[in-house]
Design a protein around this ligand. Structure first.
Ligand code: SF4
Ligand code: MG
Length: 326
């Protein structure tokens, strides 16, 4: 498989009252063509900021990419002008968010919003854009798509709005779809439908997906590979099977233990004690050390490196620094 996206040593900092906050602190990963990669971790671990860095939609002023490359189809997005980036966004890379109401315009109809994207990026005429919009709405499961076109977003349910967002995100056949907590705001039954739909459309369009979530159930459903983030760094990376069956990093193990077990009936909800450290004062050694039951003296002093333990399985933890499990 070849890489569609290569993120290399990406550092995104925030500047707040002369403080420098390393929100993303040197991450490297790839997304292959047609692949679904999940970014997981608690909130505040840097997942959403990774997405906003790729989209070049960091809050401004304040957020800035200070180092690294984001190679998309061989071209470094970090170096593109705002104007060039405008052509990439929504066209080659599109994004869906947790709450579609924040990205849909409340005063425009669904049809106006869908056709606007097509007219801008694909230079379609009014009629052709409208026909394409109907096709897209049918694709995401609207039986009476023509009627939805003239509706305003507030008339639709949360699940319907998220389906509209998927139609809009896929309208220009993007190579990469970034979905940030796409189902978090929805009912459990609707969540499953939306995940299925994302899978279906990404397969149809042969798009890659970066799925951002704190929900490992969602990961198991949709992703092929998982990247675990914590305190602005990648802590572990593996295929979904490998990560669920053989989690190496104590943080990953903690996240997995926090998934409610459906089979057991008992929904014990374990949560890892302590909090994600603030980027203002990351611990000197391993950033997970203050919360880790297996931490030793060395963990508090030296930052472990991200090492490939087995082909495709990387981990940042002193327990595995010799290239072998101890
Ligand atoms: Fe825990 Fe040490 Fe591994 Fe960090 S390096 S996760 S503190 S065992
Ligand atoms: Mg987030």
């Amino acid at each position: 498989m070849s890489a569609l996206l290569e993120v290399k040593n990406l550092k995104t900092y925030f500047y707040n009252k002369k403080k420098e906050l390393p929100i993303i602190d040197g991450i490297d990963f790839e997304v292959n063509k047609g692949e679904t990669v999940a970014l997981v971790g608690e909130s505040g671990s840097g997942k959403s900021m990774t997405a906003l860095s790729i989209m070049r939609l960091l809050p401004s002023p304040g957020g800035k990419i200070v180092e690294g490359q984001i190679l998309f189809d061989g071209q470094d997005l970090v170096q593109l002008s705002e104007e060039q980036m405008f052509k990439v966004r929504g066209n080659e890379i599109s994004m869906i968010f947790q709450e579609p109401m924040t990205s849909l315009n409340p005063v425009l109809t669904i049809g106006e919003q869908l056709t606007e994207v097509l007219r801008y990026h694909k230079k379609m005429g009014k009629k052709a854009a409208r026909e394409r919009a109907v096709e897209l709405l049918k694709l995401v499961g609207f039986g009476r798509a023509e009627r939805i076109l003239d509706d305003y977003p507030h008339r639709l349910s949360g699940g319907m709005r998220q389906r509209v967002m998927i139609a809009m995100a896929m309208s220009c056949n993007p190579k990469l779809l970034i979905a940030d907590e796409p189902t978090t705001a929805l009912d459990v039954t609707i969540q499953a439908q939306i995940l299925e739909l994302m899978q279906k459309v990404s397969e149809k369009f042969d798009s890659s997906i970066i799925l951002i979530t704190h929900d490992l159930g969602v990961v198991a459903e949709l992703a092929e590979r998982v990247i675990v983030m914590y305190a602005g760094q990648i802590q572990e990376e593996a295929s979904v099977n490998e990560l669920f069956n053989n989690p190496l990093h104590p943080y990953t193990a903690g996240l997995l233990a926090a998934v409610p077990s459906i089979e057991g009936g008992a929904k014990r909800l374990y949560s890892i004690p302590g909090n994600v450290p603030s980027p203002e004062n990351y611990p000197a050694g391993c950033r997970f050390a203050p919360r880790c039951a297996q931490a030793t003296e060395a963990c508090f002093q030296t930052l472990p490196e991200l090492k490939e333990i087995e082909p495709g399985h990387k981990v940042r933890c002193h327990l595995y620094q010799e290239g072998e499990q101890q």
